[in-house]
Write a protein that binds this ligand. Structure first.
Ligand SMILES: NC(=O)C1=CN([C@@H]2O[C@H](COP(=O)(O)OP(=O)(O)OC[C@H]3O[C@@H](n4cnc5c(N)ncnc54)[C@H](OP(=O)(O)O)[C@@H]3O)[C@@H](O)[C@H]2O)C=CC1
Ligand SMILES: Nc1nc(=O)c2c([nH]1)NC[C@@H]1CN(c3ccc(C(=O)N[C@@H](CCC(=O)O)C(=O)O)cc3)C=[N+]21
Length: 282
């Protein structure tokens, strides 16, 4: 029998622990506060920003959303980030991706104080991640590891194959999987004979962004499949995995929607709380 890894439920479960932590902080007079900067009018980003807002509201985390026009200059974004970096009331900052083409995402993200970097995407925090001295992790990667542990999936010595090498998903997940003693392969658009490699996966993660990308001929029977992809097909939300043909072959699989998406949002909030604790701990 295939087990469905229910991200929505896991996020709810995890949220209860997080809520208790937030309540404790509030008793001490500490009110976690984070900011989302969204530049431009990408429709998907608008949805994610709203989802984060709802989640933060539910948990009682204070938050400000800065909606900037797509014509925003680098100097203007820097000025805003600098102001938030210096504001002692603000514990976490994130800049929604993608940003307009004329802005250099690496440069913009690097303007964030690493101590307030909720996404863990500043070069300092990426370095710490690969060094094993990290205090905040990119939310999707952290959430995937937590989900697998929650469902009792063994990672030590397992072959983990990740399709996609983005800074936001593929690379950070590879770092965390290594830390969990998995043997990691990262596949991308120049990889030859993809299926030969995906068939070695005990844990297969797809973060490509193409509906129907992972098909049954790419699967080792009994594998655990994590579908990070978010694609809209005829107005419907689907992942990268051809779910109907793949799911009967596997031990466990995440659905889309209701899989990694809700977990990502949950772990972004956890990032805010971790950073808040750290700022008050010093
Ligand atoms: N559920 C969630 O919480 C989240 C979901 N997402 C979703 O995950 C997906 C990936 O996002 P993100 O990581 O930002 O993606 P990017 O678009 O930055 O990267 C996609 C990756 O897929 C690789 N790729 C593209 N085509 C192929 C191919 N034919 N064969 C093998 N590899 C290929 C690319 O390779 P190359 O590097 O060579 O170009 C690249 O590394 C998207 O659908 C996004 O919406 C993203 C973040 C969070
Ligand atoms: N700086 C930055 N950090 C991010 O973490 C970040 C980002 N930029 N840019 C875009 C990606 C994507 N992402 C998702 C968040 C929530 C869902 C989510 O909640 N999905 C729901 C469905 C939501 C819907 O209905 O559209 C689900 O899968 O069930 C999905 C994807 C975060 N990202």
């Amino acid at each position: 029998m295939t087990e469905l890894l229910n991200g929505k439920e896991f996020a709810k479960f995890h949220g209860q622990h997080l809520q208790a932590e937030i309540d404790q902080l509030k008793e001490k007079g500490i009110f976690p506060h984070f900011c989302v900067i969204n530049i431009g009018d990408d429709p998907a980003s608008a949805v994610y920003v709203r989802t984060k807002k709802r989640k933060a509201e539910k948990l009682g985390i204070q938050q400000d959303i800065f909606q900037l026009p797509s014509s925003t200059t680098e100097a203007e974004v820097f000025a805003l980030i600098d102001r938030l970096n210096q504001d002692p009331e603000i514990n976490g900052i994130m800049v929604q991706l993608p940003m307009p083409k004329h802005l250099d995402p690496e440069k913009v993200l690097d303007r964030i104080d690493p101590e307030k970097d909720v996404d863990g995407l500043t070069s300092t925090n990426v370095g710490r991640l690969w060094q094993g001295s990290h205090f905040v992790e990119p939310a999707t990667a952290a959430g995937i590891i937590a989900l697998l542990k929650h469902y009792g999936v063994e990672l030590t010595g397992k072959n983990c194959v990740i399709i996609g090498r983005s800074n936001i998903v593929g690379k950070p997940l590879a770092a965390l999987m290594l830390e969990e003693n998995a043997t990691v392969s990262i596949l991308h658009s120049k990889t030859q004979n993809l299926a030969r490699l995906t068939k070695t996966a005990d844990i297969l993660v797809s973060a490509v962004g193409q509906a129907g990308f992972v098909t049954k001929d790419m699967i080792k029977p009994g594998a655990v499949v994590i579908d990070v992809g978010i694609n809209r097909v005829d107005g419907k939300l689907v992942g990268d995995v051809a779910f109907d043909e793949v799911s009967p072959l596997v031990k466990m699989i995440t659905p889309v929607p209701g899989g990694i998406g809700p977990i990502t949002v949950e772990f972004l909030m956890e990032g805010v709380i971790k950073l808040t604790r750290r700022q008050y701990g010093r």
